[in-house]
Ligand binder design. Structure first.
Ligand code: HEM
Length: 505
């Protein structure tokens, strides 16, 4: 009897242990099958290298999206891969992309190839998260969107294009890609043309050349040279920051006994409205924005200023040169504006951005040119989107280029067709994201459009041109192989108009 009881007890314990073990195994199996079945299809390629070599060789070709196209056919619009050293989910699906862009840092944080992260630095707005990113974004965004800056940029830009184009002679070959790089640095930190500006531009060229280089930091390597150039720029910009801080302190009124709170600018130490982005950041009194953070971000802001916006103008010239019909319509619209305004005086920024066909040309250039072909994020936890699992720690590459060139979304997607935007509402078109989206939506988007409109207006109003043969290079950054040479000729009779305008100013 006693023995029976002991045997029964042991049997019971064994049964319980066995059931627990079985439950654990089933749970584990279920979890891994859940993960396995939902992880997007695709291949992780070779050990360590993954599929990076194929990605890069496609990226250097005229059709960088061929890497994606091949996999879209095989696996669908969302697939897994392994590029730039990380297992990666590639999204060419607008809905998945939208979800990723709109998520906050609890779900996804920015993550780029190592060399790029090292060059932009950990205090860059492109990498920071949470409250500090929102603060910086807000300060930069509200300054870049301010009518005050737009008016200033319009004046600067008009003066600059007049000076630049004034130096062009009939029959001269000009390189659009070089000529368009000038204006924005002044809006960022008020560096005037001259020695300092020249130095910054030279170092910037070295800096940007290494943005997508191999992560090798040995003397002589591209990454090393880029880092050295960045150090020199930071040193120079820190000097400007210190000088501006000193001037703000001198200008700031001594504390008044009045109980009423000071206006925001005065609270920060100066009564004057910010003249440039650096002023806007220096005016912040949260104590979070150190001099180092401000200097680093000035350099990051030079990337769109010195690279993306000039490229937008250059690509517009390229596409227009290949599409005489669009060129003619654009010319008519801009000539009409000039005629309308010749009596009432100077053009202001609203005049430029209210030209519908000009805006359609810019929109179409952004779609076809894909200056920024996508963004990269890292998942902070397991995320499920549209039935796909993105495991914690994996990267997500939202590849805008494939979406912008998807024939299911855009008829004849490789054709430059500004008229397609006459029927489309760009604002609600969730599959058009040249400026990203969500919390990190580009704060410089209006400015980029404004600058491109001013440049095109002045070019079309004053010149005809014949473009030399050139082609687009897509990697590591989008640019024209031959810097877009065009042979310009001044339009008859425009000299007097220009002289008239100059007298008016
Ligand atoms: C054609 C011109 C431009 C293009 C195509 C462009 C594109 C983009 C894209 C796609 C993003 C989102 C990046 C991400 O989600 O990780 C972005 C962010 C940003 N852009 Fe632009 N941009 C342009 C011009 C400008 C200009 C003129 C400025 C200002 C000088 C600017 C400043 C910024 C900043 C500060 C961010 C970071 C926002 C944040 O992370 O909070 N961009 N841009």
């Amino acid at each position: 009897m006693g023995l029976c009881k002991i045997t029964d007890g042991l049997l019971g314990i064994c049964m319980i242990a066995l059931s627990l073990l079985l439950a654990a195994i089933i749970r584990q199996r279920w979890r891994s099958s859940r993960r396995g079945s939902k992880l997007p299809l695709g291949s992780l390629g070779l050990p360590l290298l993954g599929e990076t070599l194929e990605f890069v060789s496609c990226a250097y070709s005229p059709r960088p999206e061929s890497f994606m196209d091949k996999r879209r056919v095989r696996y669908g619009k969302v697939f897994k891969s392994h590029i730039f050293g990380s297992p990666t989910i590639v999204s060419t699906d607008p809905e998945v992309t939208k979800f990723v862009l709109q998520s906050d840092a609890r779900t996804f944080v920015p993550s780029y190839p190592r060399s790029l992260m090292e060059l932009i630095g950990k205090s860059s707005i492109l990498l920071i998260n949470g409250g500090l990113q929102r603060r910086l974004h807000g300060l930069i965004g509200s300054f870049l969107k301010s009518p005050h800056l737009k008016a200033q940029i319009t004046r600067d830009m008009q003066r600059y294009v007049d000076a630049m184009m004034g130096g062009w002679n009939d029959g001269q070959l000009v390189y659009v890609q070089d000529e368009t790089k000038q204006v924005l640095v002044r809006a960022l930190m008020s560096v005037e043309p001259g020695g300092d500006m020249q130095f910054l531009k030279q170092q910037f060229e070295v800096f940007i050349a290494g943005l997508m280089s191999l992560p090798v930091k040995m003397p002589g390597s591209r990454l090393y040279r880029s880092l050295q150039a960045k150090k020199k720029m930071v040193r120079m910009i820190q000097g400007i920051v210190e000088e501006k801080r000193r001037m703000r302190e001198e200008e700031s009124p001594s504390p008044s006994p009045s109980p009423s709170p000071p206006p925001p600018a005065a609270a920060a130490g100066s009564c004057a409205p910010p003249r440039d982005v650096m002023d806007a950041l220096l005016g912040d009194n949260s104590g979070q924005l150190t001099d180092e953070l401000i200097s680093d971000n000035m350099i990051d802001l030079m990337i769109p200023g010195e690279d993306s916006v000039p490229l937008l103008m250059t690509l517009a010239v390229k596409y227009l040169s290949d599409c005489p019909l669009a060129l003619r319509q654009l010319e008519e619209e801009n000539t009409e504006l000039m005629r309308r305004k010749s009596q009432s005086g100077e053009l202001c920024w609203v005049d430029y951005v209210s030209l519908p066909f000009t805006q359609n040309v810019i929109t179409e250039t952004l779609r076809l040119g894909n200056i920024n072909y996508g963004t990269m994020r890292k998942a902070m936890k397991d995320v499920e989107i549209k039935g796909y699992l993105i495991p914690k720690g994996w990267c997500v590459f939202t590849y805008f280029r494939s979406v912008h060139l998807d024939e299911a979304l855009y008829k004849d997607p490789y054709e430059f067709n500004p008229w397609r935007w006459q029927e489309k509402d760009m604002g609600t078109c969730h599959y058009f994201t040249p400026f990203g989206g969500g919390q990190r939506l580009c704060p410089g988007l209006d400015l980029a459009r404004l600058e491109a409109s001013i440049f095109l207006h002045h070019l079309l109003a004053n010149f005809t041109w014949v473009a030399e043969k050139d082609s687009v290079v897509n990697f590591p950054t989008v640019r024209m192989k031959g810097r877009m040479p065009i042979r310009v000729n001044r339009k008859g009779g425009r000299e007097e108009e220009r002289a008239g305008r100059a007298a008016h100013h």
